[in-house]
Write a protein that binds this ligand. Structure first.
Ligand SMILES: Cc1ncc(COP(=O)(O)O)c(C=O)c1O
Length: 380
């Protein structure tokens, strides 16, 4: 048997990793400003995370949700404190798509409605409703197509209001990324998120904040949606939550009430996943990583803005995007293969930076120096 060939990959085999560094099987060292797609939040193989998982493994790795799992309660309490959403409830699952599926399903149960509002360039996952709410027809299979989803222009308050005025009493939920990730690092304006809050309140719909990529401290706030100063009803999370250990979840406003069996999962919230997620929050708190993301991200953005060849520097904290000219479209590959730096990309010619929240000023400076050298090579 071989693996199903669905990924265009770089011909690199990573064998070990530490902090913001990874090494390949030829012992080449790389700086990781991609974090395996925004997953590495506290740094690769962080010793506290490794120890907490190892210790848990010696106790019990898994039991189903048919028994009490105090680690889930511990995680919910800690998440409430660090996110500032103490009165929300936590439901745990295993991935970002699953978190969004549960969020959309819950919104539909809560409102008794079927229609969903999503936005142009949105990415919410690859399963059923999550992919239907994703603005990329090439990954939507015929069976996923549904008339329940409307795609509106991102950051367009007039279009949102007009849509709610037309069919507001049928809308179950609005789902929106605080910063669109796969779409190319597009920041939702505060006014836009406030307007979503307002329309959802006026028409009895649920505001779902997809925080799978932009959440968990990456933006310099726990949830990037918090920049707007209004709460969502449900926040979906995954990626940085386990620092590579698969775990996802949603936190749910107290106005949405639970009923037995409305949601469920076999693996979600297992002992090992909770231990990993708790370790992540403990490190985020102990090492002030949300503040670090803000500080190093601000520095990176101003250093990037001073490079004339690139444009459109945008984002918050350590979720940064910038545009490179068509003539420099191989820059990401150059950074990887010539300068040994992992970055992310988006179409057309956008470079995305999604490093660990523990990125140091020294590494940020080293990256800027390498980027300038890589760009200068185009002039020769
Ligand atoms: C904003 C957002 N939502 C949902 C997902 C889906 O997460 P997963 O791949 O864990 O299912 C992603 C993945 O890139 C994402 O960026």
């Amino acid at each position: 048997m071989k693996t199903f060939d669905v990924y265009p990959i770089n011909d690199i085999t990573i064998t070990h990793a530490k902090g913001t560094r990874v090494w390949d099987n030829h012992n080449n060292e790389y700086m990781d400003l991609y974090g395996g797609h925004a997953v590495i939040s506290i740094g690769h193989t962080h010793p506290h995370w490794v120890k907490r998982i190892e210790d848990q493994l010696q106790q019990i790795a898994f039991y189903s949700n048919s028994i009490r799992i105090p680690l889930q309660e511990e995680l919910a309490t800690k998440l409430g404190v660090l996110s500032g959403k103490k009165d929300f409830d936590l439901f745990l699952c295993n991935s970002g798509a699953e978190a969004n599926e549960n969020a959309l399903k819950l919104a539909s149960f809560h409102t008794g409605r079927k229609k969903i509002v999503a936005f142009r360039k949105a990415f919410h996952g690859r399963t059923s409703l999550a992919v239907a709410a994703t603005d990329n027809p090439t990954i939507v299979a015929p069976v996923n197509e549904t008339a329940h989803i409307s795609f509106l222009p991102f950051n367009n308050i007039e279009a949102l209001e007009a849509h709610f005025n037309k069919e507001g009493n049928e809308i179950a939920a609005v789902i929106v990324e605080g910063i669109q990730g796969v779409g190319g690092i597009n920041v939702a304006s505060n006014e836009f998120l406030q307007s979503i809050r307002k329309q959802c309140d006026l028409h009895g719909a649920v505001y779902i904040a997809d925080s799978v990529q932009c959440g968990y401290g990456r933006s310099g706030k726990f949830f990037s949606h918090d920049f707007a100063g209004v709460d969502a009803d449900i926040y979906s999370m995954a990626k940085g939550m386990g620092n590579g250990f698969p775990i996802g979840g949603i936190i749910i406003s107290p106005k949405i009430k639970a009923k037995h069996f409305m949601l469920g999962t076999t693996f979600g919230g297992n002992h090992l996943a909770c231990a990993a997620a708790l370790a992540v929050l403990e490190v985020i708190e102990a090492e002030s990583l949300v503040q670090n993301a803000e500080k190093v991200g601000t520095y990176l953005q101003s250093a990037l803005k001073a490079i004339p060849e690139i444009s459109g520097v945008r984002g918050y904290g350590l979720m940064i995007g910038f545009d490179v000219p068509e003539s420099h479209k191989n820059l990401k590959k150059d950074l990887l293969f010539k300068y040994k730096i992992f970055t992310g990309e988006a179409k057309p010619n956008v470079i995305r930076l999604l490093p660990s929240l523990a990125l140091t000023m020294e590494d940020a400076t080293a990256f800027i120096d390498a980027l300038k050298t890589a760009i200068a090579a185009y002039q020769q």
